[in-house]
Design a protein around this ligand. Structure first.
Ligand code: FAD
Length: 259
């Protein structure tokens, strides 16, 4: 468990907010890069301090979960999953890019009103992007919630990586420059229908796409239907071995992540 505070908040593009966190406890972070995720813990409305469970002292890395569940409602923080977008070990700064999807989600609402000095807890976890040996090219697909993970993966990719990346975003104003290897074709997919369920556009686009020959390693993340349905298509219609696909449901349309 790492206690941090907000250093600054920047509007990255129309629907993305970059929150830069700082704090001495970040010196203990084991930074893995790529799509490394972290639980974030933040106060519920009406709570004026961030109550964090201690990490299990009994050697059980998830010991905090039991402690968290046992906390009374008026003390228990909100918890959500986010990607560590950037970490600077010298400056002890860490960025998280929040999709600003309105006030109905507590994490989005928190980010929209975050101010310097606000506290945020982190419980860093691992990566899902684990390319298998012997693949010829990469297929990277996500909706806006996976844009931070996809951009980090592309920025850290080896220079000779070949492949296709599809990044669906809420609007044309969310398209931005990407640092990617020359052999990766990056396709931004801005939605034009404000009521469309995120992920559908990427799903239909990749289903209809002409894909390169050879064996791909696939990483698909976003609203739950995108990774689950695209995985089915890749396995059944494109003959991709299941082990060569990382598919992660980042959120569910119409469903709150945790109570
Ligand atoms: C490993 C992992 C990494 C992730 N990394 C990031 C990241 O870097 N940045 C990021 O923004 N998200 C990321 N997510 C997704 C994020 O955890 C969810 O979007 C989360 O549900 C947001 O919490 P909330 O409190 O805002 O909304 P919730 O309380 O969970 O949901 C409230 C309502 O908002 C809807 N909703 C939730 N998320 C979105 C969304 N993105 N767009 C539109 N509607 C939504 C829900 O369907 C629900 O109706 C990641 C998820 C995982 C599992």
């Amino acid at each position: 468990m790492i206690r941090t505070r907000v250093a600054r908040v920047e509007r990255t593009t129309e629907h993305f907010l970059t929150v830069t966190l700082t704090g001495e406890e970040l010196a203990g972070l084991e930074f893995l890069g790529l799509d490394q995720c972290t639980r974030i813990l933040f106060p519920r409305p009406g709570q004026d301090t961030l109550n964090m469970p201690a990490t299990g002292d009994d050697g059980d890395a998830n010991g905090w979960v039991a402690e968290f569940r046992a906390m009374p409602d008026d003390r228990r923080p909100h918890v959500r999953n986010y990607t560590i977008r950037r970490f600077d070990p010298e400056a002890l700064e860490l960025d998280i890019e929040f999709v600003a999807h309105g006030d109905e989600g507590p994490a989005s609402a928190w980010a929209l009103s975050a101010r310097p000095g606000d506290e945020l807890g982190l419980y860093p976890e691992g990566v899902y992007y684990l390319p298998t040996e012997g693949t010829d090219w990469h297929l990277l697909v996500g909706d806006e919630s996976a844009v931070p993970a996809l951009l980090s993966i592309l920025e850290q990719a080896p220079a000779d990586l070949r492949g296709l990346a599809f990044l669906e975003v809420p609007s044309p104003d969310d398209v931005r420059p990407v640092r990617a290897p020359a052999g990766v074709e990056v396709h931004w997919l801005p939605r034009t229908d404000a009521h469309a369920v995120p992920g559908r556009l990427a799903l239909e686009t990749v289903r209809a796409a002409e894909l390169p020959e050879g064996r791909p390693y696939c990483f698909v993340a976003g609203e739950n239907a995108l990774p689950t349905e695209l995985r089915r298509t890749l396995v059944r219609e494109r003959g991709v071995p299941k082990d060569d696909i990382a598919f992660i449901g980042y959120w569910r349309h119409g469903v709150e992540a945790y109570p």
